[in-house]
Each structure stands twice: as structure tokens, then as C-alpha cells.
Design a protein around this ligand. Structure first.
Ligand code: C5P
Length: 411
């Protein structure tokens, strides 16, 4: 049996520190042992008592504590583990690490260790984007420290949003697992492949508060991203506005409009595979208003003039430079599902089209299940009704087989 993997968790002083309790619990469920060091600032957010109770281990806080030093010196603390995780890694902690300071237990251990270190930053977006923090991060990366996050989203401070949230616990755990077992993923069928996936609807602004949208939930695209990741791929998921958390181990780029999605897709190239599962709005408002449209008594409702959005799948399908080896589109149809998909295969220069019937009675749009038909130049495969996660897994296995066959043909 594999011996317990040992994590030394260094908890920095930020509001996200409370998430460490859940992180410790989940790590222990997976068979890790977790020993924690807390900075003075961290103790303002969670108590050593709570961390000790959840980890079932002694919590270390003081550098100059004779009892602690007699029991386990800070040098041994730094070495008696398989991985050091710094979460939340605050701007201050990163600055100290980058400059080799050692004026408390956390920083002394980080300076004294010979173990790999994974930092999960969490701070206000302006602090994260500040050139000083970015310099420190670049230095730490050059020194071999790995990073996970920060995630993009709402901050604890009202009205603040941007990059700075602590990565979600499943994402942290995935990063920890990968940092500890990098060899495992190398044997996976999609190891070393970059898979690009679009997902969700797009929102096309009418004015600062209103937008055009559709009912896409993003579930199928997010399931595809998770399935590709579980087969070892490097995955970039470009997602419109949906209420789904980032899949673990996946690079997620959140956008709103079709134009932003096209930009993000182009920037993410090159990729081995691109799967366009997003329900991109065909039209946007030609000239969105910069002020909120007002209704006034007796006047006509405003006419909304539409302009056509770029077709992202078609643009990438027809690309001569950097075209992914496999381009897969989705076709949501309400009639003549397969015939329409065959037309799209040609017009959009896709390699495969995954077609489904989204008539309201099917419940597919927004639902958990899907019935798809895989249309390729060689024919059509009809798959039975299944959960969207099963569709995702089956499709990614098919992708892996296809790439494997292509590589064999090239060799
Ligand atoms: O033409 P239709 O919207 O049915 O095509 C669906 C396929 O095209 C999907 O793969 C969708 O992600 C993609 N698409 C796109 N950009 C658009 C419209 C559709 O990438 N503007």
C-alpha cells in the first residue's frame, strides 16, 4: 500500500483562509496527512484550534517556540512532507518568498525546504495585477515554485471583481495531485495534447443592463472539458456566462460576447483539438447604447437593429495557419437534425459535427441528458440517450482514438 502523502499547508492571512478548512478535510478524505503552519495574519481569519481540529495534527505558528522546536524543529518541519502548499498565498507572503525573507515560521520553512512548493494566490485583483506582485510571481516561477490560480470572479469586497479569488478546493486538490504524481498523467491517452473547448451562451449587450442571450447552460461543454482533462489533456475552456464552477485542472477563460469568444479562441491557439460546444448568438445589437434605454410615455418601443456575429467554428475550420488537427462543431437543431448537420460539416469546414435535437419537448437545452448523432465525412453514428457527462467521456475517448490513429498514419 502507498504510504500516506504528506502535505505541509502554509496558511496566509487573507479572507480566503477559511477555505483551508474545507481543503484540509477534502485532502484527508483522499488519504493525505496535512500539517499546517499559520502566519500571524492567518490567525485573524481562522483559529489554530479549528485548523488543528480538522487536520487532527498540531498547528505551528511560532518560530521562536522552544516547545515546538524541541518536538519538531523548523528545519524538519520544512522537510518532513512531500509537498508544501501555500494557500492563500497573499501578496505579502509572495513578496517575502520572492526576496528570501525568513522573519517568521512560514517564511523560514519556505526558505529552508527542499520540497516542491505550490502557491495558490488570493488577494484583491489590483494587488494581484500590481507590477510588484507580478514581478514577484515571475521570480518565484523562475525559482521553480508552481502556481494554481488565482481564479477570476467576485471578491469579498463589494463591487470588486477580477483575478484574485483562491482557486476552488477541487481545483486545488487536482493541482496537488498533479504536482505529486506528474508521471501518472504522462501515460494518459490525451497527455501532451491541447484541447480547446467553447461552452455556454454569449451575452450581447443592448445597453449597460440588458442583453440578448439564449438558454444554453454550458453543461455539455464543461463536461467535455472535465473529460478531456481526465484523459490527461491540457484543456482551455472558453466559457460564456454560466453558473458552473471551473472544472478542476482546466484553464478557464470567461467571456461575454461572441467577439470576445473569437478573440479568446484565437489567442488560445495552437491546439490539437477544438470543440465548439458554445451556443454563440448569431446576432448582436449593431450599436449597443452606452446609457440605459429609457421608456417614455407615448413613444414607440425602440427598434433593435442587429448585426451578424462572427462564426467562430467557421473561422477556425477555414483557417490555414494553426488549424487544429480535429475541429468539432455542435449543431442544435429542431428539425432535419442529421441533414442540417451534414450541411454544416461542409459549410463550416468541420471534421465532425455532434448534432442534437433541441426541440423544447426533448429537454436537452439546460437539461442533464443528451441524444447525439456524430456526423463525419465517413457517415453518421447514432448514440443512445445518455447523461451529458457520458456523452462527454465517450466523445473524448473517440477524440483520443482518432488522434492516436492520425499519429500512427503520420509515423
Ligand atoms: O450554425 P449553428 O449555430 O447551428 O452552428 C452550430 C455550431 O457552430 C456550434 O459548434 C457553435 O459553437 C458554432 N458557432 C460558432 N459561432 C457562431 C455560431 C455558431 O462557433 N457565431
Amino acid at each position: 500500500m502507498q504510504s500516506k502523502r504528506r502535505i505541509l499547508l502554509i496558511i496566509g492571512g487573507g479572507i480566503a483562509a477559511y477555505k483551508c478548512l474545507d481543503l484540509i478535510r477534502r485532502l484527508r478524505e483522499r488519504g493525505f496527512s496535512v500539517r499546517a503552519i499559520m502566519t500571524k495574519a492567518a490567525e485573524q481569519f481562522v483559529t489554530p484550534l479549528a485548523v488543528g481540529a480538522i487536520s487532527n495534527e498540531r498547528v505551528f505558528t511560532e518560530l521562536f517556540n522552544l516547545d515546538d522546536e524541541r518536538e519538531i524543529g523548523h528545519i524538519r518541519l520544512a522537510r518532513d512532507c512531500d509537498l508544501i502548499v501555500v494557500a492563500p498565498a497573499t501578496a505579502d507572503l509572495l513578496a517575502k518568498m520572492a526576496h528570501g525573507q525568513a522573519n517568521d515560521l512560514a517564511t523560514s520553512v519556505l526558505l529552508a525546504t527542499d520540497k516542491p512548493v505550490l502557491a495558490a494566490p488570493a488577494m484583491n485583483p489590483r494587488m494581484w495585477l500590481n507590477p510588484a506582485t507580478q514581478r514577484n510571481v515571475a521570480q518565484l516561477k523562475a525559482d521553480g515554485i508552481s502556481f494554481i490560480g488565482p481564479a477570476v470572479g467576485e471578491m469579498a469586497e463589494r463591487g470588486e471583481a477580477g483575478p484574485g479569488r483562491l482557486a476552488e478546493v477541487p481545483v486545488l486538490i487536482d493541482a496537488i495531485e498533479r504536482r505529486l504524481a506528474p508521471r501518472d498523467t504522462a501515460a494518459m491517452p490525451l497527455a501532451g495534447r491541447h484541447v480547446l473547448i467553447t461552452s455556454g451562451p454569449t451575452h450581447e449587450p443592448i445597453d449597460p443592463v440588458r442583453y440578448l442571450a439564449n438558454r444554453s447552460s454550458g453543461k455539455q461543454g464543461f463536461a467535455l472539458a472535465a473529460a478531456a482533462r481526465s484523459l490527461g489533456a491540457n484543456v482551455t475552456l472558453i466559457a460564456g456566462p454560466v453558473a458552473l464552477p471551473d472544472p478542476a485542472g482546466v484553464t478557464v477563460v470567461r467571456i461575454e460576447t461572441a467577439a470576445e469568444m473569437l478573440d479568446a479562441v484565437t489567442q488560445a491557439l495552437p491546439a490539437d483539438v477544438a470543440i465548439f460546444a458554445a451556443a454563440v448568438a448569431d446576432w448582436r445589437i449593431a450599436k449597443p447604447k452606452s446609457e440605459k434605454l429609457k421608456k417614455s410615455a407615448g413613444s414607440e418601443p425602440p427598434a433593435l437593429k442587429l448585426a451578424e456575429n462572427p462564426d467562430i467554428l467557421k473561422t477556425i475550420g477555414h483557417r490555414s495557419k494553426d488549424r487544429p488537427r480535429l475541429v468539432v462543431g455542435f449543431a442544435a437543431e429542431t428539425e432535419n437534425v442529421v441533414a442540417n448537420a451534414q450541411k454544416k460539416l461542409k459549410s463550416k469546414a468541420a471534421d465532425w459535427i455532434v448534432a442534437n435535437d433541441v426541440s423544447p419537448e426533448t429537454g436537452i437545452m439546460g437539461g442533464d441528458r443528451n441524444t447525439v448523432h456524430i456526423v463525419t465525412r465517413d457517415g453518421v453514428e447514432h448514440w443512445s440517450d445518455m447523461h451529458k457527462t457520458d456523452v462527454a467521456e465517450k466523445l473524448m475517448v473517440r477524440v483520443a482514438i482518432h488522434l492516436g490513429q492520425q499519429s500512427a498514419d503520420i509515423a
